[in-house]
Design a protein around this ligand. Structure first.
Ligand code: C2E
Ligand code: MG
Ligand code: MG
Ligand code: MG
Length: 274
């Protein structure tokens, strides 16, 4: 295919781009059938209290095991699914699977599910959540939906309507990747969030960069001022955990507490024997 006409007015053929487009199309096609073929799986990552280390809940993280390409990370396939529309059935599967599993846990810990902007703006997310809660019998108070701010800025009025109706169901809404968007502060004011998740890019540099530490402190202050709990993402080291404890960050998530894993490996935290 001809790429855009170049500076001299020549159109040129770019075999590399052609191959990329083909791969992308193939993956999009494969993705549409991934669920029915049993290639999708949810891993769970614990969220813990800083002081006690007690696990309070889990975030469900989607994995795709492609028959030929092996494990494909969500950062790669979720955007494809969003572009093709496949995110609608996949997102519905994720929600149902996570809620059904959580409803069966011996202890009523929280379950956080990532929601794509596409699910908020197209289709009926409120009906999906209502239906899923009814089907699985999960207590709505245990369900937290994680949303990034992109969609909220692009289509604010509609997103606000959806978030408001979701909250009326008794579920909570968390702002994911806080601090990485264009206008996190005004987004926080305009939408009814219940929690702030500080992006891991700030946590990563916490113990080495005074700037990153100042930002995390400011977010904690913001959370206190707004009455919103704050959780720090991507905590990998004991030094980071201590730095967060020192500035009164109450909750953390990250490899230090636990990597995303099949729920069975958290048996003890869930109250199962062994
Ligand atoms: P996210 O929601 O911000 O999820 C956190 C990501 O950080 C996860 O990557 C997690 O594995 C990773 N992580 C957690 N702790 C640490 C740590 O200590 N160090 C490092 N380096 N990384 C850590 P993952 O599972 O690859 O997911 C990436 C993104 O894909 C998610 O970011 C989320 O935006 C999206 N995603 C995942 N599952 C779903 C889903 O079911 N639906 C939708 N729409 N998006 C999903
Ligand atoms: Mg998330
Ligand atoms: Mg995040
Ligand atoms: Mg993210």
């Amino acid at each position: 295919r001809a790429k855009e006409a170049g500076r001299n007015g020549f159109a040129f053929y770019d075999p590399e781009m052609e191959a990329e487009t083909r791969t992308r199309r193939q993956l999009e096609q494969d993705l549409r059938r991934a669920e029915e073929r049993g290639e999708l799986q949810l891993l769970y990552q614990p969220q813990a209290e800083v002081a006690s280390g007690r696990i309070r809940g889990f975030e469900a993280l989607l994995r795709w095991r492609h028959p030929e390409r092996g494990m494909i990370p969500p950062d790669l396939f979720v955007p494809l699914a969003e572009a093709s529309g496949a995110i609608m059935p996949i997102g519905a599967w994720v929600l149902r699977q996570a809620c059904a599993e959580a409803a069966a846990w011996p202890r009523p810990l929280d379950i956080a599910v990532n929601i794509s902007p596409v699910q908020i703006l197209h289709g009926d997310l409120v009906a999906l959540v209502t239906e899923t809660l009814r089907e699985t019998g999960l207590d709505p108070a245990r369900l937290e939906l994680e949303v990034t701010e992109g969609v909220l800025i692009r289509d604010g009025a509609q997103a606000l309507g959806v978030l408001t109706r979701l909250k009326a169901l008794g579920v909570r809404v968390a702002m994911d990747d806080f601090g990485t968007g264009y206008s996190s502060l005004s987004t926080l004011r305009a939408f009814p969030f219940d929690k702030i998740k500080v992006d891991r890019s700030f946590v990563r540099d916490l113990d080495t960069s005074p700037e990153a530490a100042a930002i995390v402190r400011a977010v904690l202050g913001l959370g206190r001022g707004l009455g919103l709990p704050v959780i720090a993402e991507g905590v990998e080291t004991e030094a980071q955990r201590q730095a967060l404890a020192a500035i009164d960050c109450a909750a953390i998530q990250g490899y230090l507490i636990g990597r995303p894993a099949p729920i069975g490996s958290f048996g003890t935290a869930l109250g199962r024997l062994g």
